[in-house]
Design a protein around this ligand. Structure first.
Ligand code: AMP
Length: 214
C-alpha cells in the first residue's frame, strides 16, 4: 500500500504527474479540486456553495474541504493506495489529515512564480468534453477547437490574472507551513517541476524508490 500527497502551485503539473503515477502503480488519484469542479458543473447544492469562491481563486472553507476529502477516502476503493492532490492546503487541513491517515511521502513540485503565470495563463479546457489543453505544450489542430469532440476551448473560470495572483499568494502563505510540518516528519520529496513532464515523472519515481519499469 502506497499513500502519497502531491503538492505544487497551480500549473506545476501536479494533476498530470499524479495521474501518471496513479495509473502506473494501481493507485487511486484523488483530486479534491476535481470533486468540487464536478459539483459545480452538475449544479449540486455543494456546487452552488463553492462556485463563487472557486471562481475567485479562493479556498473553500476547511470544514467543507475536510468533509469532502474524508468522504472520498472513506470509499476505500484504494486497495493499493492513493495519490491525493489538492489536500491538505493549509496547516489545519494537514493536522486533520495526519490524524487520520499515515502517509509514505509528500511529493512537492517546485516551480518559480514567473513560470507559474506563463503556464497557467496558457491553460484551456474543452467546454464539451472537459479535456485539458496547454497552449505552450500542445496546441489543438484548429485554434480554439477541441481535437477530441470539436467543442470550444475556454480558459478555466479561475484562470484569470487576478484570480491567479490571489492563488499564488495564498499558496505560499498557506502551503509553506504545511510543507514545514511534513518536512519535520521527513516526508517531503522536493522535485523541480521545470523540466519536461516525463523527466519530472522519472525523478519522482526515483526519489520515491519506485520501480522505474511500471
Ligand atoms: P485545484 O484544482 O486543486 O486548483 O482546486 C480548485 C479549487 O478548489 C481551489 O481553488 C479551491 O477553491 C478548491 N479547493 C480544492 N482543494 C481544496 C482544499 N484542500 N481546501 C480548500 N479549497 C480547496
Amino acid at each position: 500500500m502506497r499513500k502519497y500527497v502531491i503538492m505544487g502551485v497551480q500549473g506545476s503539473g501536479k494533476s498530470s504527474q499524479a495521474q501518471t503515477l496513479a495509473a502506473s502503480y494501481d493507485l487511486v488519484h484523488i483530486s479534491v479540486g476535481d470533486i468540487f469542479r464536478w459539483q459545480v458543473q452538475n449544479h449540486t447544492k455543494l456546487g452552488a456553495q463553492v462556485r463563487r469562491i472557486m471562481a475567485a481563486g479562493e479556498l473553500v472553507d476547511d470544514d467543507m474541504a475536510e468533509a469532502v476529502t474524508a468522504q472520498r477516502l472513506s470509499e476505500h476503493d484504494w486497495n493499493y493506495g492513493f495519490v491525493i492532490d489538492g489536500f491538505p492546503r493549509n496547516r489545519r487541513q494537514a493536522e486533520f489529515f495526519l490524524e487520520s491517515y499515515d502517509i509514505d511521502a509528500v511529493i512537492h513540485l517546485d516551480l518559480p512564480d514567473s513560470e507559474v503565470r506563463r503556464r497557467v495563463l496558457a491553460r484551456r479546457l474543452c467546454a464539451g468534453c472537459g479535456m485539458d489543453y496547454n497552449l505552450i505544450e500542445g496546441r489543438p489542430a484548429t485554434e480554439g477547437v477541441c481535437d477530441v469532440c470539436g467543442g470550444a476551448l475556454i480558459p478555466r473560470e479561475d484562470d484569470t490574472e487576478e484570480a491567479l495572483a490571489v492563488r499564488i499568494r495564498d499558496y505560499h502563505e498557506k502551503t509553506n507551513p504545511v510543507l514545514e510540518l511534513f518536512a519535520r516528519k521527513e516526508y517531503v520529496v522536493n522535485v523541480d517541476a521545470r523540466p519536461p513532464k516525463e523527466v519530472v515523472q522519472k525523478e519522482i519515481r526515483e526519489r520515491l524508490g519506485l520501480p522505474l519499469d511500471a
